[in-house]
Design a protein around this ligand. Sequence first.
Ligand code: GAR
Length: 208
Amino acid sequence: MTNIAVLVSGGGTNLQALIDAKSRGEIARGRLCFVLSSNPDAFALERAAKAGIPTGVLRRKDFADGEDYAAALSQLLEEREIDLIVLAGFMTVLPDSFCKQWENRIINVHPSLIPSFCGEGYYGLRVHEAALAKGVKVTGATVHFVSEVVDGGAIILQKAVEIEPGDTPEVLQKRVMAQAEHILLPRAVSLFCDGKLRVADGRVMIEA
Ligand code: GAR
């Protein structure tokens, strides 16, 4: 079994997609054992509690710097013998030391087709605002391993989503979540738990 921790900061619809996939039997070799929020008011915490998953809160502002924060986070994860960390709308950037320590064991979901609309400053609704401002006709979502480069780690899965006339950032965000993120993230987690992801030269190979 792969012990999974999901890190959240907000609504937690991606966490919910993982909980639902697990209950449908789609993450057979993974166990959702811990949900950690950077925000005590995150609705994601209620979703976790309802699913019977233990939760914790670590606020960045309670720590002197990112290194102290990451050390406390690592300790919590190690205590629970976590094998895979899933960033599901986690809005705190983690330091290089943390990314190195957990190399190829952290997965993130990002609401665009990387390398478009990603990196520092591109998160949540801002990503969709930027896509609409640019006038792209197709956007989507990406699930990738986390490296020291923000949104720069090896890509696991991507899915395109059409932009439609009259889209607002909010409407587009909902479509990207429903048509891409909530499908890709459980699939990527399941592939990881089944031992089917290989990383070489910054690229992911998926074994059949
Ligand atoms: C999701 O769209 C996720 O891709 C995005 O935040 C949202 C969280 O929603 N993450 C990023 O932008 C990371 N750079 P959720 O809390 O409902 O899962």
